[in-house]
Ligand binder design. Structure first.
Ligand SMILES: C[S@@+](CC[C@H](N)C(=O)[O-])C[C@H]1O[C@@H](n2cnc3c(N)ncnc32)[C@H](O)[C@@H]1O
Length: 284
């Protein structure tokens, strides 16, 4: 769970953006990203992690690391809120391991909530509600607000919910390709949202356009170049989210939830998906 947060600065953003905006030289960018990710190595098949069992292994690793990270950020959280809880896998695991007084899973899809309620009806500290997080605010102030794989601007909503209740936040974002479109549709969620990166609006537009192109088009970039762009997009977008929290009095940074290189069920090396990165923050 290493990440050098001293690099999460405006200078760091400009430096990484200069690679993003020039013609990608994979060796050079690889070297730079190694300095950011520390354990970055471009090797191994990229698609292996997509097989079902390996995906499940990775998900449970991420859940375990979310819990370990939460435990180190927030001592004995009594009330926990999880946004985008799907069928309640992580919610139930947290309820079991950390034994909070109360954990609430918020999920937009009713069928997921019904399933979670049915599967975990015997857990008294666990509850679920089906509601759109964009129109939800907790009645009871949570000690921690979590989200594992908050698609597109759901991550930004999670940060706002945490800030409004001054709770610790841990959120692993995903689906960067959605952001360009969602930014047009969602009032108040247009990126960049930090004052620091408002000075870089035109650069941000290009980042989000590239993200939507990369995730939406299936164009034939060399796999390493595709991965490098993915990593750059992920880091640059999340710099904004970290600055946004810091500007509101939070101690904030980025953490890795899995190692960059993983091993699948057949012990074959593969590159972990960039979704294994999380934003963490707590009131300073
Ligand atoms: C990528 S999935 C991640 C699910 C789960 N946290 C996991 O890691 O397996 C995102 C989840 O967030 C839910 N979701 C998306 N938008 C939402 C919203 N506006 N409010 C509440 N839940 C939302 C989706 O239905 C989905 O279950």
């Amino acid at each position: 769970m290493n990440y050098d947060n001293s690099l999460v600065t405006l200078e760091g953003f400009d430096h990484l953006y200069s690679f993003f905006s020039s013609k990608i030289d994979s060796k050079l960018v690889e070297t730079v990203l190694e300095s950011v990710f520390l354990d970055r190595k471009i090797e191994g098949p990229l698609a292996r992690y997509k097989d079902g069992k390996t995906k499940a292994l990775r998900k449970s690793q991420q859940i375990r690391n979310m819990i370990a990270m939460l435990n180190s950020l927030c001592e004995n959280p009594e009330k926990i809120l999880e946004i985008g809880s799907a069928t309640g896998k992580m919610t139930a695991e947290i309820a079991k391991v950390l034994e909070p007084t109360k954990i609430l899973g918020v999920e937009i899809k009713e069928e997921n909530v019904f399933r979670a309620m049915r599967d975990f009806e015997d857990r008294p500290n666990l509850s679920f509600v089906s509601v759109d997080a964009f129109s939800f605010m907790p009645d009871d102030r949570p000690d921690a607000t979590l989200c594992l794989h908050g698609c597109g601007s759901l991550t930004d909503r999670v940060l706002d919910i945490a800030l409004s209740s001054s709770s610790t936040v841990l959120c692993a974002p995903c689906c960067y390709g959605l952001l360009e479109k969602e930014n047009e549709q969602r009032e108040g969620y247009r990126l960049p949202r930090s004052r620091t990166l408002k000075k870089r609006e035109s650069e941000f537009k290009k980042i989000l356009a590239r993200a939507s192109h990369l995730e939406g088009s299936g164009i034939s970039y060399h796999p390493n170049i595709r991965q490098i762009y993915h990593d750059l997009i992920l880091v640059l977008v999340n710099f904004d989210r970290v600055f946004y929290l810091r500007e509101r009095g939070y101690e904030a940074g980025l953490v890795r939830l899995t190692t960059k290189v993983g091993r699948d069920i057949n012990n074959i090396t593969y590159l972990n998906s960039p979704h294994s990165l999380a934003i963490m923050g707590r009131p300073a």
